[in-house]
Design a protein around this ligand. Sequence first.
Ligand SMILES: [Zn+2]
Length: 157
Amino acid sequence: MKFTKIKSKNFDIQTNRTIKYIIIHYTGMKNQKLAIKRLQSKVAKVSSHYVISKKGTIFQMVKDENIAWHAGKSRWNKDINLNSKSIGIELVNNGHEKFPKKQIEKLCLLIKYLKNKHKLNKKYVLGHSHIAPDRKIDPGALFPWSFLAKKGLSNLY
Ligand SMILES: [Zn+2]
């Protein structure tokens, strides 16, 4: 898969990590420009491996092998602080609007690609809200988990 590259310096270099999770987010910003600016900000210290625009363009900001800073304090079963074990995907969305079909279709293609590439189990395709329930609500109630489940890309409904 080909991606449009956008630079962010917000990551930790790794060469041999094991990826187990895909964590889905929404940007929660007014627009894409502000969202990307934040994912590059030295002050905000956040980033994501991928960002998907509303039109379905996939931007890569951090290489899979490196650790992006998207999950923060988080937990799933016995795993804690999931940045080190995960790939983060941000969907451009202000937090209270529907996700366009094109955007979700590209997300599905990307998850399929990453699942194959890193041999991931669909039960570890989760939202930020699942791994940090006391702090985060993204990707939110409008996110179509059952659509992903139908495609075999998640176990959530
Ligand atoms: Zn998030």
